[in-house]
Design a protein around this ligand. Sequence first.
Ligand code: AMP
Ligand code: MG
Length: 417
Amino acid sequence: MAQLSDDCFAFGGPMMSVDEAVGLIATRVTSVVDVETVTLGRADGRILAHEILAPLPLPPFTNSAVDGYAVSSRDLPQKEEQAIPVTGRVQAGSSASGPLKPGQATRIFTGAPMPEGADTVFMQEDVRVEGDKVVLPAGLKPGANVRPAGEDIPSGVAALHAGQRLRPQDVALAAAFGLTRLEVVRRIRVAVFSTGNELASPGEARAAAQLFDSNRFMLMAMLSRLGCEVSDLGIIRDDRASLARALQEVAGSHDLILTTGGVSTGEEDHVKASVESVGRLVLWRMAIKPGRPVAMGIIGGTPFIGLPGNPVASFVTFVHVVRPTILALSGARPEPLLPMPVRAAFSYKKKISRREYVRVSLRKGADGVLEAEKFPREGAGLLSSLVDTDGLVELGEEVTLIEPGQTVGFLSYASLV
Ligand code: AMP
Ligand code: MG
C-alpha cells in the first residue's frame, strides 16, 4: 500500500484554490510501485509502467500506399504520357519475385512491399492499360504514393511512455510492435462508503425520512472508469465508533479510503472526529462551488478523502481531489483538464476568488457555433442537474460576470474520468 506521512495534507491558508489543491496532491501522494503484466486485450485504461522503445520501424518495410503500378523514378514521363511494359505483380503479404528492371513497371497493391529498383507508384485511377503495357501520365513526383519504412515510427524511438493511461490507439501501437503483454501499474484499491442515518441502500427498505444512497454508486462508477478496484463498504451510520472501526479495518488493505457525507461541521457530522480518533485529518476549505469542505487525512499510512454529501458537490470535488489523487497513486502523468471554448447562452454572476462550475447542455447556435445552455436551477442536491446536462462550464477565480455571447470553457463529463 502507499504509505504517507501524517501531516502530508496539512495546508497553511484558510482557503485553498483548486490549483493549490491539485498541486499539493501531486507533490504529497506517493505512487504505488507494484507492477503486473496484462495481455493487450486487458490493457485499455491501465497505466503503463515503463517506457516502450519501438522494437521495429513502422511500417516495417517500404510499401505502396495505393493500388497501382510501381516504377523507378528514372522512368517517370516528363512532358507527355508514355507506355511501358508491365512485367511483374506483387500483392500485400508477398514480395516481388525479383528486382524491377529499368523501363518496366510492376502491378502493385496497397501494403505490398516495393520491389527493389522501384521507388514511385502510379495510382491505378491515373493510368490506362493497353495490352501488356501501362500508359503513365507525365508530371508525377519521384517517391509518390510510397510509404517508406519507419515513416510512422522509426525503430528505437520512445513510442509509449511510463505513466501513460493506455487508450485504444496506444494498445494498437503495442500490437503493431508485435508485443503481446504490457507491464502496467496494478489497480489502485479504493474502499468506498457513504455515511448518514438518512441513507438506505437500493434494495433495502426505505423509512419515511430516508433516501436511497446514490453518491456511493456514482463514486464507484467514476473510480471504475479511472481503472480502480473498488470495495463497496455500504453505508455507515452517523456514529463515531462504528465509523472509526470501519475506517481502521480497511486502511491496511486499500490505497485510498473514500467517503461521502458527514464532513461539514454540524454536530451530526462525525467523519472528522472518527478519522481523528484513528489517524490524522485536515479540513480543506476549497474555493470552489459547488463544493464545501473536503476532508483529507491519513489513517495508518493510507490516504483518506471525505467528500461532501450533496451529490453535485460530491461530483465536482471528486474531479478536483479524488481524480488527481488516483492519478498520483498510479504514478500516472498528470492529466490537466482542458476546457474547450464554447459560447455562453446564459448570464451568471459569481464571487471573485472562487472557482465555479455551471452545469450546462450544449447545442448548436444558428451560426453553427457551439453554445452552452445553463441548467435552469442551481441546487447542489439536484441529481437531475447532472443527468440532464452534458458537462461543466468552468469559471475562473477572476471572473465575476458572464453575459450571453461570451466565450467560456466547457468540460464534457466524458473528459472528467
Ligand atoms: P452531509 O454532507 O452529510 O451534510 O449531507 C448533505 C446532503 O447530502 C444531505 O441532504 C444528505 O442527505 C445528502 N447526502 C448525503 N450522503 C448522500 C448519499 N450518499 N447519496 C445521496 N445524498 C446524500
Ligand atoms: Mg450527513
